[in-house]
Design a protein around this ligand. Structure first.
Ligand SMILES: [Zn+2]
Length: 183
């Protein structure tokens, strides 16, 4: 697997990888991929997101006159979260990470909450601490990127981004210390 690694966002790489279809063994379509549009309006049976005017939105009440007309479905984010599919991965490492784990976790939860308000398809799929690394999987590359950037802003240190040439998934590594070890 070929990978590009850089401290900055490779703009070209990002554009390219967004065009790329995710390849997963179960062949379920990634969020970035075009899918057959649901009926307008539709309501997600799992999270309550509303689909109308070609967009899924959360926390937006459906006008009363439309409720009876709305179709029930499962939104792309819920489908994806259920299948465990992810296109972003954040790795939080270093002594500063374990010392500030609670603060880091609540900061990450904040980023997700803000993202899901306007873009419910951007979600955290899972979050796992193994004693040395906190691994956060997200449905979108952009959310992973935003999380790493927020951690850098709040706690300092450095973030590094790696795009997989294979499926366009983004791995963002944030380390509280200024020097990143070679991996
Ligand atoms: Zn949903």
């Amino acid at each position: 697997m070929k990978q590009r690694t850089t401290g900055n966002i490779p703009q070209k790489g990002l554009t390219r990888s967004l065009d790329r279809r995710g390849t997963r063994s179960n062949m379920s379509p990634p969020v970035a991929q075009k899918q057959r549009a649901p009926e307008d309006p539709s309501v997600c049976d799992s999270c309550g997101s509303i689909y109308t005017a070609k967009t899924w939105r959360r926390n937006r009440p459906l006008p009363a006159k439309l409720i009876n007309a709305a179709a029930w479905t499962i939104c792309p984010a819920c489908k994806q979260a259920k299948s465990g599919e992810y296109f972003g991965r954040v790795l939080v490492r270093g002594a500063k990470a374990s010392a500030n784990l609670d603060a880091i976790r609540s900061r990450i939860a904040n980023v997700e909450r803000r993202a899901e308000f306007t873009q419910p398809e951007r979600r955290i799929v899972s979050s796992k601490w193994d004693g040395a690394t906190l691994e956060v999987l997200t449905t979108s590359q952009k959310l992973a990127h935003r999380i790493a950037r927020e951690l850098q802003k709040a706690f300092g240190g450095r973030a590094r981004y790696t795009w997989s040439d294979q499926d366009g998934a983004l791995t963002a590594i944030w380390q509280g210390e200024t020097r990143l070890p070679r991996t």
